[in-house]
Design a protein around this ligand. Structure first.
Ligand SMILES: Cc1cc2nc3c(=O)[nH]c(=O)nc-3n(C[C@H](O)[C@H](O)[C@H](O)COP(=O)(O)OP(=O)(O)OC[C@H]3O[C@@H](n4cnc5c(N)ncnc54)[C@H](O)[C@@H]3O)c2cc1C
Length: 422
């Protein structure tokens, strides 16, 4: 039901209209409906269950803990609610008179919201659901709502004895955000497990399916990320393998995992005994040591992408920095592209530019254990809501300074992995 109480406007259409209209029949209904754009929309759309709120702080919805308010904000828990939110936004105008912008929020773990906030509608995707099919020839299909927590899905898959995403344990965010970003860690990218993606085509407000091959997955990128606002992921189908030596082996080729298991005598003596559950445990252990606890220290994980450079450039840098490591440079983690290599930016930021542990301004600085990670130490700044806590502007300025330092010292241009919103 829509209500207009004390200046706070809700668009909550459950059981709306007749009773409401009776209630307000003494008044000029049109005047009431013209009070805000929210009210105007109610006249144009069939009511659903969404509740559109005004002026909601986005800071609490991000792991970085910075940023101003969303002009409009709605949580959606089903495709119908999502369609309703999109239809509502299409009926509105932004403050510049153009169409109202939509931003789809997952777990807020890969974004920096500007201090001024976002002037459009933020749709927080909370579409739930996690179903696992019966096994066929060693494959189990998982169908997961885009709003599910990513790591809960990984935990459930591992618990069911399935393999394919265990290396991606303990990454914050939603299943939808993970597919948009094509998350990757410890030698695995999510694209390797995606079968197809169900999305809302925003222009048509209709559900369509994309096979994994049509999703444009690349290193921390996808067709959905390249075309923001065009598609909203609603459900993802994954192909997972039943963990059984006949069908699947775990992937422990990544250096940190190799090292971890080499220290466990019974596992190093019999690598075939390493299960997805072992890998999950190892990944969580390693990540807890290397990365900040985002519930206590604001962060979005790796701030920049690892740069891809020519082999010639690598040889030149290697002469100056003999310990500089490199990786294959393909679209997928393990794909080799002739003539190019990927270099670990954390190594450059630490060993060449000296950024590890460096404090920038206010509560903003670089994490002491990982130079690729910018942190907002908002708790040590006192009250969480304290003005002394970091700002998006400070993060931007530190990121710009780091990019310039890398350019000056190595000649490499770097690009952020996180997205700036607003
Ligand atoms: C401590 C920490 C560690 C991390 N480690 C890793 C790591 O190892 N590997 C890695 O790859 N990433 C890592 N990340 C980054 C981040 O967790 C992932 O990118 C995550 O998948 C983002 O998901 P999200 O739901 O939080 O997306 P958000 O941050 O909410 O959104 C990110 C982008 O995806 C879009 N989006 C989200 N959901 C949808 C949807 N349903 N439909 C359309 N667009 C959508 C948003 O509009 C936005 O453009 C880390 C982050 C932190 C804080």
């Amino acid at each position: 039901m829509k209500s207009c109480l004390g200046g706070i406007l809700c668009y909550n259409a459950r059981g709306c209209s007749k009773r409401w209209r009776r209630l307000y029949s003494h008044f000029n209904l049109d005047i009431i409906l013209e009070l805000t754009p929210v009210a105007i929309s109610w006249r144009n759309h069939i009511p659903a269950m969404i509740n559109i709120q005004n002026n909601i702080s986005l800071r609490e919805y991000t792991t970085f803990r910075v940023g101003g308010p969303a002009r409009f904000f709605a949580c959606v828990k089903s495709v119908d609610e999502l369609k309703e939110a999109v239809a509502w936004a299409k009926g509105q105008r932004g403050s510049d008179g153009d169409a109202l912008q939509i931003f789809v929020l997952g777990g807020g773990s890969n974004i920096v919201v500007s201090d001024a906030g976002f002037g459009g509608l933020v749709i927080k995707n909370e579409i739930p659901g996690m179903e696992f099919s019966d096994e066929t020839a060693g494959i189990v299909m998982a169908t997961v709502g885009a709003g599910e927590n990513w790591d809960s899905f990984v935990a459930k898959s591992v618990e069911l004895g399935l393999s394919g995403i265990e290396n991606l344990s303990f990454i914050p965010g939603t299943v939808g955000g993970g597919a948009v970003q094509n998350i990757g860690a410890y030698g695995v990218e999510v694209q390797g497990a995606v079968d197809s993606v169900e999305v809302l085509d925003v222009a048509r407000n209709e559900i369509v399916d994309f096979a994994a091959a049509d999703c444009g997955f690349e290193y921390r990128d996808s067709m959905f990320k390249k075309n923001p606002g065009e598609f909203i992921l609603t459900r993802i189908h994954f192909n997972l393998k039943k963990f059984d030596p006949a069908y699947a082996a775990v992937n422990v080729s990544y250096r940190d995992l190799k090292e971890y298991f080499s220290k466990i005598p019974e596992k190093s003596a019999a690598p075939e005994s390493i299960t997805p559950a072992d890998v999950r445990e190892a990944v969580i252990d390693i990540r807890k040591r290397k990365l900040p606890d985002w519930t206590k220290l604001g962060t979005a994980g790796s701030f920049f992408k690892n740069p891809v450079i020519t082999e010639a450039k690598f040889v030149e840098l290697k002469a100056a920095y003999p310990d500089l490591p490199s990786f294959p440079a393909g679209k997928a983690t393990s794909e080799v592209v002739q003539g190019f290599v990927k270099v670990p930016l954390a190594w450059i930021l630490d060993n060449v530019c000296g950024y590890r542990g460096k404090i920038h301004s206010g509560a903003i600085g670089v994490y002491q254990n990982q130079a690729l990670v910018i942190v907002n130490d908002y708790l040590s700044a006192g009250n969480e809501a304290d003005k002394a806590a970091g700002t998006a502007e400070q993060i931007k300025s530190l990121a710009a300074e780091m990019a310039q330092s890398v350019r000056e010292k190595t000649g490499i241009d770097i690009a952020p992995e996180v997205q700036y919103i607003g």
